[in-house]
Write a protein that binds this ligand. Structure first.
Ligand SMILES: C[S@@+](CC[C@H](N)C(=O)[O-])C[C@H]1O[C@@H](n2cnc3c(N)ncnc32)[C@H](O)[C@@H]1O
Length: 303
């Protein structure tokens, strides 16, 4: 699964000693726990990203850092490792075509489903600090004024506990909405007024979203099926086998005809490709019919 690391001399040009062995240990841990794929060419980047952790922990070398990660006391450090190795960059209405698609194409169908008394579930599956989930909530509100009458909910999850806390707080710098169209800006803020350079998400949007921690490469506790899944700009960090498994697992937890939105630089791959058809830019619909030959349903899945 992991690329073979070429042996090269111990890195001495940086602040901390970082041997190939240390790099291999970190990349194996990041791959096994989080599905991350750290190519050998990323060694210098990993050094610079983790140097601040070594300083914060007052450690002298990456060998000490690796040995901490391998101990029980390393439990508290692993989320910091993950945060350092991935980026939480996100913004409101990022890749806006997905939100237009939900509003203009999906919501008319989903409203019919809701009117027939059925639930509708959406999942922002690598939600970072919450902007994606709240943009989705604003999109639903934009599509119908009768939302409160329906059983419609957004689940928003991320592996990083810190970003989930920020998302739940629902308070953001006003500058984050300075450049988005006023129509969307007004929906995000509702009647709340920005104060001291910050604004609060309209409580009517907030109550549509439930946030939680979830590792996409571990077990998923959810039992229901999703009509829409956003998984954007997270799978890009995973190796190919993990990506292929993930697309298959999404197919397994979606309703027939459900939609999957992925990031602009991501592509569906592996056996799960045959479970979906492309219906727009990085937008896929799960095909109806017999279960697709994803062959990827993990033993741990409880869905
Ligand atoms: C670049 S952000 C993308 C946020 C948002 N989806 C967007 O496109 O704007 C990537 C997010 O993926 C999360 N992530 C990385 N590995 C993950 C994993 N194994 N399980 C769940 N989330 C993960 C990171 O914590 C980060 O918040």
């Amino acid at each position: 699964m992991m690329a073979h690391l070429q042996s090269s001399p111990v890195e001495t040009s940086h602040e901390f000693t970082f041997s190939d062995h240390d790099f291999q240990m970190i990349s194996e841990l990041a791959n096994a726990r989080y599905g991350l794929f750290l190519q050998p060419s990323k060694k210098a980047l990993v050094h610079s990203r983790l140097a601040k952790r070594l300083r914060a922990l007052n450690l002298a070398s990456f060998e000490d850092y690796c040995s901490l990660l391998n101990k029980t006391e390393g439990d508290a450090e692993r989320p910091h490792l993950l945060s350092a190795l991935t980026t939480n960059v996100t913004h409101f209405f990022r890749e806006i075509h997905h939100f237009d698609f939900v509003k203009d194409v999906l919501m008319p169908q989903l409203i019919e489903k809701l009117q027939a008394g059925n639930p509708v579930r959406l999942w922002s599956s690598a939600c970072s600090t919450g902007q994606e989930a709240y943009s989705l909530a604003a999109t639903l509100v934009a599509a119908t004024s009768k939302l409160s009458q329906y059983d419609i909910k957004i689940l928003a999850t991320d592996i990083d506990p810190q970003v989930v806390q920020t998302a739940k707080r629902a308070v953001y710098p006003t500058e984050q909405i300075a450049t988005i169209p006023p129509f969307w800006r007004d929906l995000l803020t509702g009647s709340t007024r920005p104060q001291s350079g910050e604004f609060r998400i309209d409580p009517n949007l907030q109550r549509l979203v439930s946030f939680g921690e979830l590792n996409l490469v571990a077990d998923w506790p959810m039992k229901g099926r999703f009509d829409v899944i956003f998984c954007r700009n997270a799978a890009i960090y995973f190796d190919k086998a993990t990506q292929a498994r993930l697309w298959g697992r999404f197919a397994d937890v979606m309703v027939e005809g459900g939609h999957l939105m992925i990031g602009h630089s991501e592509r569906l791959s592996g056996p799960a490709q045959s479970a979906f058809k492309s219906v727009g830019i990085t937008t896929y619909q799960k095909l109806a019919g017999p279960p697709a030959p994803t062959g990827t349903k993990d033993k741990g899945d409880r869905n």
